[in-house]
Design a protein around this ligand. Structure first.
Ligand code: GLU
Length: 329
């Protein structure tokens, strides 16, 4: 009897130590609001990880967006996340965004660039807004608290010599709320950095008199010069109702990021699962992945060091990794 107890206790100790080792654990993936593109993608990734039975259970969490996500990776609240490449860069360096100054998120590591996230600039047709300059004094949705989108709204306005203080009101909250307010005519305009074909914007374009604004060519040049992560992008005609000619705007890139606290083995397995073994299932999660994601392009736009597990994957695939993306020793 005594002997059996001892065996049981040692089994229990073994199980517990295995639990804190790299072999099993819980992996929470930060996304964005439920009306965005991050959320369905993070949910799809979590399902793929669970289905793969690699010992790690995963779930997706709805959040304010990129700024929250990278901060929560640093604090250990999230193990993986979707985040804009510009926000990751500023966070890792402790620059650019107020929340990051003096607080660099040194644990942040890249896995892959996924798809472009253009800054959608929407205005109601009946409010006399023909260009961003006309937003002065208007009610404008600028992004969720903790979003990367809010930073991009600030940058585009800055290109036109405006700040949030020049608006009648800078409205924050979930993008779903923003779209609803715009549809109901309770706000005049909206910025939203999100993958093309976003369902909430599609719905708004179908039901409300809204217009997609382009950034003027001269302003585009100024904005790109000041904010090098913003590159020119055309939202093709036909994606949203009422858009009959390409809309010229700027874009950032959505990426998958993780923490240096995660084991190389787990990150390698997840990377290989998504980008190789089950790449078609991964691309099938969302039209933006289908249209834009390719493992061979997954380092284009990456601006933070890669996780060692991702490095191992890229090396196996003979992908050239620029020196600046190698993880710090
Ligand atoms: N790019 C947005 C952000 O961080 C989130 C977009 C989405 O949820 O798809 O702020």
């Amino acid at each position: 009897m005594k002997h059996r107890m001892l065996v049981l206790t040692s089994l229990l100790v073994l199980a517990l130590t295995a639990g804190v080792s790299a072999q099993t654990g819980f992996l929470t993936i930060g996304s964005g609001g439920t009306g965005g593109v991050y959320f369905p993608i993070a949910t799809g990734i979590a399902k793929m990880i669970n289905d793969a039975n690699i010992g790690w259970r995963s779930n997706a969490r709805s959040t304010g967006g990129s700024v929250f996500n990278v901060t929560a990776i640093q604090s250990g609240e999230l193990q993986m996340a979707l985040a804009q490449n510009d926000i990751s860069f500023y966070a890792y360096g402790g620059t650019g965004v107020e929340a990051f100054i003096g607080k660099p998120t040194r644990k942040l590591r890249g896995i892959a660039i996924l798809y472009p996230e253009p800054i959608h600039i929407l205005a109601r047709r009946d409010r006399g807004i023909k260009t961003v300059a006309d937003m002065k004094g208007k009610q404008v949705y600028v992004g969720d608290i903790g979003s990367g989108a809010e930073q991009n709204s600030k940058q585009v306005l800055d290109g036109y010599g405006l700040t949030f203080a020049d608006l009648g009101q800078a409205v924050r909250g979930s993008a779903t709320t923003g779209v609803q307010l715009l549809t109901d005519g309770r706000i005049d305009a909206m910025f939203y950095t999100v993958g093309v074909g976003n369902a909430a914007i599609m719905q708004a374009a179908l039901t409300a008199p809204i217009e997609f604004l382009s950034i003027d060519p001269m302003k585009l040049r100024d904005i790109r010069e000041k904010y090098p992560f913003l590159s020119a992008f055309g939202i093709a005609a036909g994606i949203y109702r009422g858009v009959d000619a390409p809309v010229v705007t700027v874009t950032v890139q959505a990426s998958l990021v993780t923490s240096s606290d995660m084991s190389a083995d787990v990150v390698y397995r997840v990377t290989k699962l998504l980008m190789d073994e089950k790449v078609e299932e991964f691309r099938g999660i969302h039209s933006n992945l289908e249209r834009y994601f390719h493992p061979l392009k997954a380092l284009e736009g990456m601006a933070i060091p890669l996780h060692p597990g991702a490095v191992r994957f890229y090396q196996e695939k003979n992908t050239r990794i620029p020196e600046r993306l190698l993880p710090p020793k």
